[in-house]
Design a binder for this molecule. Sequence first.
Ligand code: PEP
Ligand code: CO
Length: 456
Amino acid sequence: MRAPETTAWHSASWQTRVAQQQPTYQDPQALERAVAHLSRLPPIVVSWEVDALRERLAAAQQGKAFLLQGGDCAETFADCDSDQIAKKLKILLQMSIVLLHGLKKPIIRVGRMAGQYAKPRSADNETRDGVTLPAYRGDLVNRPEFTAEARAADPALLLRGYERAALTFNFVRALVDGGFADLHHPEYWDLGFVKHAPLKDAYHRIVSSIGDALDFFEGMSGRSVDESRLVSFYCSHEGLHLLYEQAQTRFIPRQNRWYNLSTHYPWIGMRTAQLDGAHVEYFRGISNPVAVKIGTAMDTNWLQSLVTTLNPQNQPGRLTLIHRFGAKDIENALPRAIEAVRATGHSVLWVCDPMHGNTETSTGGLKTRRFENILKELDTAFRVHKEMGSYLGGVHIELTGDDVTECTGGARGLTDADLQRAYRSTVDPRLNHEQALELAMLIAERNPSRRMERTR
Ligand code: PEP
Ligand code: CO
């Protein structure tokens, strides 16, 4: 596949290309009004934050930091609830402290949060008992109930989604700025049911060792550890619904550049990464750090053209490739991808998503993932990057702070039979709190690094 001729970019130039996975709206005028309204509303993030994140990702690209990106497969409007948000933040903070301790590198924390409301689907329609309706595409588009009314794409949901993203991130920001993410107080992040978790002792040992290290440093130097470098938290979502993304795309005269200010770090999903497609066109013109999910279907030319189209200047931190090959295929596919990118002479940040290549159907018919396959894909990713003189700079995980039973395995040995008990995902199965923390511990254990490196 070849990249098409490039033309002048503007925030709507994607409309000249084929846009996959976009909903069909019955009332184009109502859609136009909603998009116009969204274009006038203030941004959710600001360009300084976006630029700061790009610099941190540039450090991860060089092996001097590590990205932890995680959250729900799809957020729902109902998740915009203080308890849900705090729980998700808590598990990500807990994982980050475990990774910091094990990897001895700054951890860049990014939530799949505050805007992860639109989902790609394998079919446009769904049929049940002879009735065919549009597929559920996420709360930004329609509702999951199987009725014609709920499944109709509703432009007002674009505004409701923007509002919930803003409310969610407002709360996250307030918690982080107010000291909730302070490494001196990891007890704030304890989740009630952790008291009985199989790994609680190991986790508390790590926490007290970080506390001792902070006390030691602060005692020796007479200074407190620079919180501003430790507590940042960024948001990300799949940049799927292009009218939504376009409406929040702003030209910042001071920078003389365009930014998508609905999120810090949008990514292009596997199903919308066509070189001549609308998503690649849109993403090439924004200044945010951007990511693309890559899978086994992507050949060398496709991958190389994505790299040069999305990051023609080879700017550090600009482009992340999130590979999601599956435990079975990573061994073959990853070396080829690394070679292909290397041949372009460009650098990327490599991140492993060990979730989306390992989805299967359980004996009871539920979508699930096995913890052992997730771990195996991650292990292989670390090993292959190392063998090839490359660096795995992060992980991308679907998780929740709740005690759900959606993925099997882990320290509690969940089986297919357990899945019925607390299966809540409307889309992909997520690691529960214990499984997520266990994964962080296993990553940390396998990848010791000698000393804390500074990012600047
Ligand atoms: C996702 O991240 O939820 C997703 C749909 O992933 P992918 O595009 O890799 O299939
Ligand atoms: Co998913």
